[in-house]
Design a binder for this molecule. Structure first.
Ligand code: ZN
Length: 453
């Protein structure tokens, strides 16, 4: 799926890996398009003065920015940064195109690469250059921006469920963990099979922070000049890492059918002895095409055993075998990649494979959701917290007083971070908000803690 390049932290996406990204991109882009998001493209380079305009933003990103200092042999008058994210470019552009309430809202998105000079890198999970989408929206008031932030958070949650079979906890980041320049950040946190959390998506409300720094104003219906309110949201190639580590097993990748580049691999057996087998294989392939299932017939000279292993490793959801006996009986054998379940179906019933694909997609999500739910523990006090840390991995939920000293205490002493603050309408029974597990003060929130990538 990927290879290392000569630059540390920069990954080569090979055909099998890139095809998955393209599937994610295509499906998510359609989802965006359905709610009116428009795609644009911003430059790769950001002048230093532009990046410096919003104070928190530059402070947050400065340690990991890569700079261009020369054009050919000449030193540039002003350093140019390679975008770590594009808020500043969007702001500059929005300032020039927005003047009236009639210009709002703006819901732009761009698909691009970004560079963040990371010290510790890991393929797919943390790379210095990665591919992502960044949405940037502009609104008339804070309520609309807040609404948009939550709308995109929920859109991601549904998309992860329906396409990636990936369950995620959603909630708000603590002030220490929020995006540089945002007034609030919401995140989606999923749980990998090794028990570590992975942040798989974020949605930020900027309030008018960037608007004030970049002087983006509009005249409202009463002809009064006001600052705009903004949001941004993004997911990256890290999602491929999430898929690998949520669904994979000892035999390799297991792809959720919705985003599998090949959904059904057709393996004709002993086809060189009986041309009927190939003919039937092409007929089945046509049938699958007609019901919209992405499929491929492997007619290479490699042995069936080699092919079985290869497509298993690549995570192709369904394998369809067809050999001399199957032709005689007018049957085909289907195997599911995720649970090895086998289905014998009549060749003329090939359309039924669509049901198997849908069942597999559903069951993969349910399995992952069960794993997530079983690995959320609740700690009412610090002793319970320590006990869980010793014996279990996954998320620990506990009450927290909102004080950053208590947050820091947990981080420093237990090597664990607050992933997000739970939405209050999710609270149940015993897990209602009680006292902060560190200082014992009354609390307003429950926090999900976890070791994370
Ligand atoms: Zn506390």
């Amino acid at each position: 799926m990927a290879d290392y390049s000569s630059i540390k932290g920069c990954m080569i996406l090979r055909p099998n890996g890139y095809a998955i990204w393209q599937m994610i991109q295509k499906s998510l882009d359609k989802t965006f398009c359905d709610i009116g998001v428009e795609n644009v493209y911003m430059p790769l380079l950001i002048p230093e003065n532009l990046l410096n305009k919003e104070k928190d933003h530059i402070e947050g990103f400065a340690p990991e920015v890569a700079w261009v200092t020369h054009g050919g042999k000449e030193k540039l008058n002003e350093k140019l940064c390679i975008r770590p994210t594009s808020e500043t470019l969007f702001c500059e552009h929005y300032k020039s195109i927005i003047s009236s309430y009639r210009d709002l809202p703006k819901t732009y998105n761009q698909w691009c690469n970004v560079v963040r000079w990371e010290k510790n890198t890991r393929p797919f999970l943390r790379t210095s250059e990665f591919l992502w989408q960044e949405g940037h929206t502009v609104h008339e008031n804070l309520e609309q921006a807040h609404e948009m932030t939550l709308k995109m958070l929920n859109l991601y949650k549904d998309f992860f469920k329906n396409y990636l079979a990936l369950p995620a906890i959603t909630g708000k980041k603590t002030d220490n963990e929020k995006f540089a320049g945002a007034i609030e950040t919401y995140s989606l946190e999923s749980l990998m099979l090794d028990g570590q959390a992975l942040q798989v998506g974020t949605s930020h409300n900027f309030g008018d922070n960037f608007a004030r720094a970049f002087d983006i104003k509009f005249s409202d219906k009463n002809n009064k000049l006001k600052y705009v309110f903004q949001t941004s949201f993004g997911v990256s190639t890290r999602l491929i890492g999430a898929i690998i580590m949520t669904h994979g097993d000892d035999n390799g990748l297991v792809l959720p059918p919705k985003i599998a580049p090949i959904q059904v691999i057709i393996i004709p057996i002993n086809f060189f002895k009986d041309k009927n087998i190939l003919e039937k294989s092409y007929k089945i392939s046509d049938d699958l095409n007609s019901i919209g299932l992405r499929n491929k017939i492997d007619v290479s000279e490699k042995s069936p055993g080699w092919k079985f292993n290869e497509y298993e490793l690549r995570g192709v959801p369904l394998r369809l075998e067809i050999g001399p006996n199957d032709i005689k009986n007018n049957k085909i054998l289907i195997s599911r990649r995720d649970n090895s379940k086998k289905y014998n179906i009549a060749i003329r019933d090939a359309y039924k494979i669509k049901d198997i694909v849908e069942e597999m997609q559903r069951e993969m999500f349910l399995k992952a959701e069960k794993f997530l739910t079983e690995n959320i523990s609740y700690a009412e006090n610090i002793d319970e917290f320590k006990e869980i840390l010793k014996n279990k991995s996954g998320f620990i939920k506990s009450s927290w007083c909102s004080n950053s000293d208590c947050e820091k205490f947990v981080k420093d002493n237990f090597n664990i971070t607050p992933r997000c603050i739970e939405f209050k309408n999710n609270l149940i029974n015993r897990e209602k908000i009680s006292k902060c597990i560190i200082c014992g003060e009354e609390s307003n929130d429950n926090v999900f803690w976890a070791r994370a990538y």
